[in-house]
Design a binder for this molecule. Sequence first.
Ligand SMILES: [Zn+2]
Ligand SMILES: [Zn+2]
Ligand SMILES: [Zn+2]
Length: 287
Amino acid sequence: MTVHGSCLCSDVAWEADGPLEFMHHCHCGRCRKLHGTAFTTDLMCQAKDARVVRGSEQIERFESSPGSLRKFCRRCGSPVTDAAPAYQDFTFMPAGPLDDDPAIRPVGHIFVGSKAPWYDIPDALPRFAAFPPGVDAAVLPDLAPPVPSAGAVRGSCACGGVAFVVEGAPLRCQHCHCTRCRKARGAGHASNLFTTFDGVRIVRGEELITFYKLPEARFFANVFCRRCGSKLPRFDRDRNIAVVPMGALDDDPGVRPQRHIFVGSKAPWFDIADDLPQHDAGPPPAA
Ligand SMILES: [Zn+2]
Ligand SMILES: [Zn+2]
Ligand SMILES: [Zn+2]
């Protein structure tokens, strides 16, 4: 079986035709920022069995820790793979942008010692504080917030170039399983906090912020740091909202995700294990 993956703008595409292994959820602070989510889901295969089929020149790389390169599409910001060996002979790929069912399922959670305070793991899969047993790699401390606390909830990207504060009251908070979010975040689903347009203030790195607007979408855009690929708040003046990827947060916002939306588009490999309300498509009319 050949499994295909592609980014949101479809400039970058890859495939793998060997055995896929060790699909896992990672809760480390770097993954949370790079993907803008509570955790990312990655899988491994032998690098010789994977290849980039399109757009290798569009792949940007960010060294999130010594020797660990994170890859994303320069145009749309989706996490991607370059099919290069990253651990022994294995390469990693994000599960969110896969176009096929990889036919394997997550086997556990890693780096739960760095988990987001606003996310409780609802399933019964094995959990490891950092790497799983048998992996010989250094465990780095979590990233420190790049700006001092002044009371407001802080957020930042993984390279520390962009920082923001959330000063507005949260309007809602939800997990989105739509295909766009899965590709844009490179994860099983997005987790977003909504506040008013002026409720988020960029405190540094405005010049590093870029975005990709999907041509056919009314609103959807992926906002990211051009240097590290971390997902950042999106501002919508017309609808008076700012959408904050919760993985970018450095502080506990005090609110928790309230529901799942676009469950009809959910990844086949992801099971919703909590009992939050689920909506097949968009959110219900504001209640
Ligand atoms: Zn792209
Ligand atoms: Zn991680
Ligand atoms: Zn950055």
